[in-house]
Design a binder for this molecule. Structure first.
Ligand SMILES: Nc1nc2c(ncn2[C@@H]2O[C@H](COP(=O)(O)OP(=O)(O)OP(=O)(O)O)[C@@H](O)[C@H]2O)c(=O)[nH]1
Ligand SMILES: [Zn+2]
Length: 202
């Protein structure tokens, strides 16, 4: 007989896993010398759980849904860019917030239909609302644009401040992590990438 892992025990049993989480936070509070039944703390474990579930709701979403509908518009195949899109995510190492802005772009092939403007921030949020590294989040956005729009190229640049770096550990508030992912023309053609950076400058 093989031992049951924690993952096996709780996968498919979200109600049991939630109860165990609340018990665990209560145990930690008590171990820290605090009263988990005090009016101030009695609802805190369930509150943390609700916040975590809200901030990881992206696991229940598929970016394909947002990119399925496209629109025919007159365009000559120039880059389409949305800059300064705010987001909040959770780092997978500490489950602490990292928050910042993304510049997202794709270059449709001439004559191809385009995605609605709001869909780029929506795709970002599907992935941001998961446990993330910034590198992975950046790349997932361009991969989704490539997969569902088949553009000539896609790009995502993210600037964000990580709570795990600013509030604990190395404690460096104000430090900004910058990551970039380029595909197609933006990866292969320096002139196209330079032009993109000019468009993104603000
Ligand atoms: N590359 C990358 N690193 C991240 C990201 N978010 C958090 N980290 C880092 O993940 C690392 C985890 O390192 P560990 O040594 O395992 O954890 P730790 O002891 O808490 O590290 P310190 O933060 O240095 O105190 C830290 O260096 C974090 O800064 C991210 O999105 N990308
Ligand atoms: Zn972290």
């Amino acid at each position: 007989m093989t031992a049951t892992t924690t993952a096996e025990l709780y996968a498919g049993n979200p109600a049991v896993a939630r109860a165990a989480y609340v018990d665990g936070v209560r145990a930690w509070l008590a171990g820290r010398g605090l009263d988990p039944d005090s009016p101030a703390l009695v609802d805190t474990p369930a509150r943390i759980l609700r916040a975590l579930e809200e901030m990881t709701a992206g696991y229940d979403e598929d970016p394909a849904v947002h990119l399925a509908r496209t629109f025919p518009v007159d365009h000559d195949g120039g880059p389409i860019v949305v800059t300064g899109v705010p987001f909040t995510s959770l780092c997978e190492h500490h489950m602490l917030v990292f928050t910042g802005h993304a510049d997202i772009a794709y270059q449709p092939r001439p004559g191809d239909p385009v995605a609605g403007l709001s869909k780029l921030p929506r795709v970002l949020d599907v992935y941001a609302r998961r446990l993330q590294t910034q590198e992975q989040l950046t790349q997932q956005v361009t991969t989704a644009l490539d997969s569902h729009l088949s553009p000539a190229g896609a790009a995502c640049i993210i600037r964000s401040e990580h709570g795990c770096l600013s509030t604990r550990g190395a404690r460096k508030p104000g430090s900004v992590m910058v990551t970039a992912s380029y595909t197609g023309v933006f990866r292969d053609d320096p002139a196209a990438r330079d032009e993109l950076h000019r468009l993104m400058a603000r």
